[in-house]
Design a protein around this ligand. Structure first.
Ligand SMILES: *Cc1c(COP(=O)(O)O)cnc(C)c1O
Length: 368
């Protein structure tokens, strides 16, 4: 096989608004590529070392410890890195927590919540505790009705496609709280200890695709009476320290690098301030320009994924072309929503948001 080595060149700035996989810090890309060639000056690639070696074990240990530190988790919670994407958690959660004749409460807030609901129905009964279906998922339900006998309440803290986010969390729902945080994990301060299970695919805000973060309160497992396949039983992963089988070693390493970066930035507090500033700049601009419309209720707007449209499809096309010319990628709205969606994850810089809002203003002036 002939290998061709391309020289690494620095291209002009690309503003990456992709929804996922998405932008990560440049330092993470650099460190990760070094590790592929020579991991920690061992002369070995991270891709060729055993997961139970003294080389990799510290990677897993540090990644788990950093999640605990950044989320300020107490002793009750375990941190796991599992295979299969957040989609696997849609079924793994009810398989481990919901008995066949019991009820789980779910909030119906968009595409992702609905996928979770569909899987839960395979294992038990689902009651919708709150829904924004009637507003085409442009809001988050204000009031929830949670049956006190429910095995848990499931929420999707950030709906990546609809562009909504829970800003008032239902901590006091009276039953164990389970959250899909795939698209806003570690983007803001939350009382993480008040969740009994948190899961997130890494590829939106904390690393490369191929690994899931699961944060779980040890006390909620072991209460269902069905047989659970070994690899899907949280208890086995907890007992084995997330090393039940070969973990996705490279993806875990990229998560570790991203967590280290986050800590260097000042942790969740600091990143939240930056995310707030980016979101404020974006939404203030949106609201100041009548040409652009934001369909989401203001109180429920996502600081991670902002969706917007224009009344005129021709103008939408034109604006899309302008974005392309300015090296702005990933701005097209999800096919189910249309218009535009810009994702402003932790690693997206304020500069990128400034470039976008600058372009929006310029475009509005030209067309206004
Ligand atoms: C992307 C996403 C998922 C699906 O993640 P996979 O890793 O592709 O399975 C689930 N939930 C939310 C909120 C997402 O944004």
């Amino acid at each position: 096989m002939q290998l061709i080595y391309y020289p690494v060149t620095v291209k002009s700035v690309i503003h990456n608004f992709n929804a996922g996989p998405s932008v990560l810090p440049k330092e993470v890309f650099e460190e990760a590529s070094k590790a592929v060639l020579d991991f920690n000056h061992t002369g070995l690639s991270i891709l060729e070392i055993g997961h139970r070696t003294s080389l990799f074990q510290p990677v897993m240990d540090e990644a788990r410890a950093l999640v605990k530190e950044l989320m300020q988790l107490g002793d009750k919670h375990e941190v796991l890195f599992l295979h299969g994407g957040a989609t696997t958690q849609f079924m793994q959660v009810p398989m481990n927590l919901l008995n066949e004749n019991d009820i789980a409460a779910y909030t119906e807030t968009g595409t992702w919540a609905n996928k979770a609901i569909k899987e839960a129905k395979l294992f038990g009964h689902v009651e919708i505790a709150g829904s924004s279906k009637a507003t085409h998922y442009t809001s988050i339900p204000d009031d929830l009705i949670v049956p006190p006998t429910a095995a848990y309440l499931h929420i999707t803290t950030n709906e990546t496609i609809a562009g909504t986010q829970w800003h008032r969390l239902p901590y006091d729902c009276g039953v164990p709280l389970v959250a899909d945080m795939s698209s806003d994990i570690l983007s803001r301060r939350l009382d993480f200890n008040r969740f009994d299970l948190i899961y997130a695919g890494a590829q939106k805000n904390m690393g490369a695709a191929g690994v899931n973060l699961v944060v779980i309160n040890k006390e909620i497992v072991g209460k269902v009476n069905r047989a659970i396949p070994t690899i899907l039983d949280y208890r086995n992963h907890i007992a084995e320290g997330s090393m039940l089988n070969t973990p996705p070693v490279f993806a875990v390493y990229v998560v570790l690098l991203t967590l280290r970066w986050l800590k260097e930035q000042g942790g969740v507090d600091a990143i939240e301030k930056r995310n707030d500033a980016k979101a404020a700049l974006f939404y203030d601009t949106l609201d100041s320009l009548p040409l652009f419309k934001g369909p989401v209720a203001k109180k429920d707007r996502s600081k991670m994924n902002a969706v917007f449209t224009m009344d005129n499809p021709e103008l939408e096309k034109e604006f899309m072309e302008c974005c392309k010319k300015e090296n702005m990628i990933g701005v097209k709205g999800h096919r189910s929503v249309g218009g535009f969606r810009v994702s402003m994850y932790n690693a997206l810089t304020l500069d990128s948001v400034q470039a976008l809002t600058g372009l929006m203003k310029e475009f509005a002036t030209k067309k206004g």
